[in-house]
Design a protein. Structure first.
Length: 306
């Protein structure tokens, strides 16, 4: 649905389109989420959903990506963009991460398209002039989401957004990682996927500090939230100017009245599916089990003959 006089809202307080930078009264309702906080948390645990945000004449449209990356997400993105020219567009992320290999595949696809990335919540701001599409910084980009953020040709993280990282782990044992047992096959899978993640990180122009910070945080510790200095050191941020990712925006201190902050994303949301292993690996395995946020595909080894 096309909205008249749409604006972009973003940044430390908010950022909006040039001549619409007055205060925006009324509740800003998330486009991709139910109005309630509990509904919002539930949606963010679901497989990633893509929404086209129409910004009309005064700013560039963007794509909202909310939820967990699963084995179906890369195809879902291709289906969503079929017949559309998305080259150079911006992806606005609000995600707890998901499947390692599928997040890597999706990130490589985004880089091929020259997409830009940022973190935020897409909303509709109710104003006297009508509804305005907007992006608020109250959002979370956790675990593998940080590496999807890295795929952007240009990358911006506003003050108020949260980028958090931790180790990849065997998904079915992340809830009680210390008490779980691990086989040589399990270690092979983890080390293989760390290698894939390292190659992807450097291919995307990320710094070694990103891998160091992420791989230093085990699943029994709280996720590490990257500071502004760390976002720079890891090369997750390439610009401090919102207009580089959402053309038409500029800084403003105008508040949006009535906004409700969102609860912190659960660390390991349920319902995320594992990525299928590459052919050479899948030939050695029988099944791939469900993987929670930031996990590694859990491949069960072939049954041994008695």
């Amino acid at each position: 649905m096309r909205r008249a006089e749409s604006s972009v809202v973003y940044g430390r307080a908010l950022l909006c389109v040039a001549f619409l930078c007055s205060a925006l009264p009324g509740l800003a309702a998330p486009l991709d989420h139910p109005a309630s906080a509990s509904g919002t948390a539930e949606v963010r645990k679901q497989p990633m959903r893509f929404t086209w945000i129409d910004c009309a004449l005064h700013c560039q449209d963007w794509i909202s990506a909310v939820g967990i990356v699963t084995a179906e997400t890369p195809k879902a993105f291709d289906d969503f963009t079929a017949g559309r020219d998305v080259s150079g567009m911006t992806i606005v992320l609000d995600s707890g991460g998901g499947s390692v290999n599928d997040a890597i595949a999706l990130g490589r696809r985004w880089r091929e398209l020259g997409l830009r990335t940022t973190v935020g919540t897409s909303v509709v701001a109710k104003t006297v002039a009508g509804d305005h599409a907007a992006v608020l910084p109250d959002a979370y980009c956790e675990s593998m989401c940080a590496f999807m953020l890295l795929s952007g040709k240009t990358r911006y993280v506003p003050d108020g957004a949260h980028v958090r990282v931790h180790q990849i782990w065997m998904g079915d044992r992340a809830d009680d990682a210390r008490a779980a047992s691990y086989s040589a096959d399990d270690l092979m899978i983890v080390e293989r996927d760390i290698g894939r993640l390292a190659k992807y990180t450097f291919d995307m122009g990320g710094g070694g500090d990103l891998l160091y910070l992420a791989l230093s945080i085990p699943p029994w510790e709280k996720l590490h939230e990257l500071s502004a200095a760390e976002l720079r050191a890891t090369n997750l941020v390439t610009t401090d100017n919102v207009a580089d990712v959402l053309p038409g925006g500029k800084a403003t201190e105008a508040p949006v009245a009535g906004l409700v902050t969102k609860p912190v994303q659960d660390r390991f949301p349920a319902g995320a599916n594992a990525a299928a292993a590459e052919t050479s690996v899948s030939q050695q395995t029988k099944t791939v089990e469900a993987v929670p946020t930031g996990g590694v595909a859990v491949a069960a080894p072939p049954a041994q003959n008695p």
